[in-house]
Design a protein around this ligand. Structure first.
Ligand SMILES: Cc1ncc(COP(=O)(O)O)c(C=O)c1O
Length: 481
């Protein structure tokens, strides 16, 4: 059977009453960083926005520091360090591919991020062999814009509205794939999220792959929220392509990846035109490379690739069950703790989703999501995301056009941060905010905010804030933890 490696036991365990003492799974850089509150105190930053960008694993930062002295021009440099750097880059590529279970003939292309990877693939979807028309792509309305707009712009995309349950949504996908094939207009590709960036939910990959392959379509998984949270294997699941981002995978050094089947990528229009992607250039003709180089014109991001590979090494060495247990305990505490508070609604797409990743979106009735996020930052030192999360169609369908608040957890999240959020939202509902807030230039801000304005502090001022350690903070945690 093809499955994602998940932790079924964690599903069965009762929801924890508190996760206050749950430690992070792995050390991340900056976990002790202090931020100012409006009441003059400083507290360790509770980074509950890791679904947007995750902090670097300490091991990733260490690897980058070790590699930097060896850094030199790659691929075309004759110098010794150029050769070392080239080898580092190509080794990193192999590590990244292996981490997501690349098959022998798959390509691993180093990109900037998931958006870049999906745009690249969109340009490689082959035209219909009979009609010569643009290749057809099927996509659900639950997707992040990165997994919607590239298909709409470059291919012939059909957007299917998901149903209220996983099984209803699967049935819709199967029916659409089948009827398109019967009508002689088969889909070339099904583009699906590995985990929703709004709710962490996902469709069962094995069922989706079976339906798509049965109708002659390939599958690309948007792995932006999946790969940092679950072990995933192309070879085991049969998924054809996966796209993901280093900055969400604890390696914020500007690299991401697209991994998958070679034929489309070798035949597709090179993503970028420029040096490194070509074998031979004449003024009237160009002979393009095949393989990853075809789509990686320009000087590659060696440090980004090395960092991403370091993150992959760390994640591969983790016990997946321990990591899933940690994340699941934090997620369920968020869902249960927030769900118990009057006027709080936790968003979900499906009634029967299993094993969502650590992303929890909610609203607090009577409070604009932007105000909730500003309050959490100003009065509790908590970073969350508010808005529509680049998933406008889904938020609209679920009735949250005014947006929502999203908290997300990862390997570096401590239970204390989750408890702080639950307690802060309860205080908001019970007592209201302590500071005054107003909208300025469409953003909720504190009126007469006493905190230093980050952009006015200059580099040294900003660095000084970050240099303070947790020891200095222990006396001044909020009382309401
Ligand atoms: C599910 C999903 N897909 C795609 C993206 C785009 O990722 P990136 O901004 O790294 O390209 C995101 C980012 O939040 C995401 O959560």
């Amino acid at each position: 059977m093809t499955t994602l490696i998940t932790e079924p036991a964690a599903q069965a365990a009762p929801a924890p009453a508190t996760v206050h003492d749950v430690p992070p799974v792995l050390p991340v850089v900056g976990a002790d960083t202090l931020v100012p509150l409006v009441d003059g105190r400083q507290v360790p930053y509770a980074n509950l926005d890791v679904a947007a960008s995750a902090p670097a694993l300490q091991a990733v930062a260490d690897r980058v520091s070790r590699v930097l002295p060896l850094y030199a021009s790659v691929h075309r440099g004759a110098g010794y360090l150029s050769q070392v750097s080239t080898a580092l880059y190509e080794t990193a590529r192999r590590t990244v591919g292996t981490f997501v279970g690349a098959r022998d003939d798959d390509l691993t292309i180093v990109t900037r991020n998931t958006t870049d990877s999906l745009n690249l693939l969109a340009g490689c979807v082959p035209a219909d062999p009979v009609t010569g028309e643009r290749g057809r792509v099927l996509v659900l309305d639950i997707e992040h814009h990165a997994n919607l707009l590239p298909w709409q712009r470059v291919t012939d995309a059909t957007v299917v509205t998901g149903g209220p349950t996983v099984s209803a949504t699967l049935a819709e996908i199967e029916e659409e794939l089948r009827s398109a094939a019967v009508a002689g207009r088969p889909y070339a590709l099904l583009a699906l999220t590995g985990a929703s960036n709004v709710t962490g939910e996902a469709l069962p990959v094995a069922d989706v792959v079976a339906a798509a392959h049965g109708a002659g379509a390939r599958v690309v998984l948007d792995g932006a929220q999946l790969v940092p949270h679950r072990r995933f294997s192309l070879a085991e699941t049969g998924v054809d392509y996966v796209a993901f981002s280093g900055h969400k995978t604890y390696a914020p050094f500007g690299a991401g990846a697209l991994v998958g089947r070679r034929d489309w990528l070798d035949a597709g229009t090179p993503y970028l035109a420029g040096g490194g992607a070509v074998r031979r250039v004449r003024t009237a003709s160009t002979d393009w490379h095949e393989g990853p180089a075809r789509h990686e014109a320009g000087s590659p991001n060696v440090i980004g690739a090395v960092a991403l590979a370091a993150a992959c090494d760390e994640l591969a060495a983790l016990d997946p069950r321990a990591a899933a247990r940690h994340e699941d305990a934090l997620r369920r505490r968020l869902v249960d703790g927030l769900g118990e508070i009057d006027r709080v609604e936790v968003v979900h797409v499906w009634d029967d989703a299993v094993d969502p990743v650590g992303v929890v979106t909610f609203t607090v009735s009577g409070y604009d999501p932007g105000l909730v996020a500003a309050y959490l930052s100003a009065e509790h030192g908590i970073g969350v995301r508010d808005g529509r999360f680049c998933a406008h169609p889904l938020l609209g369908r679920l009735g949250f056009d005014a947006g929502a608040v999203r908290a997300s957890v990862g390997l570096g999240t401590a239970g204390e941060e989750v408890e702080r959020l639950v307690s802060a939202v309860r205080s908001l509902v019970d007592e209201g905010p302590q500071a005054r807030y107003d909208v300025v230039d469409s953003l909720w801000v504190v009126v007469d905010d006493p905190r230093p304005v980050p952009e006015g502090s200059g580099l040294e001022g900003l660095l000084a804030t970050a240099a303070l350690g947790a020891d200095e903070a222990f006396g001044c945690l909020p009382d309401d933890l």
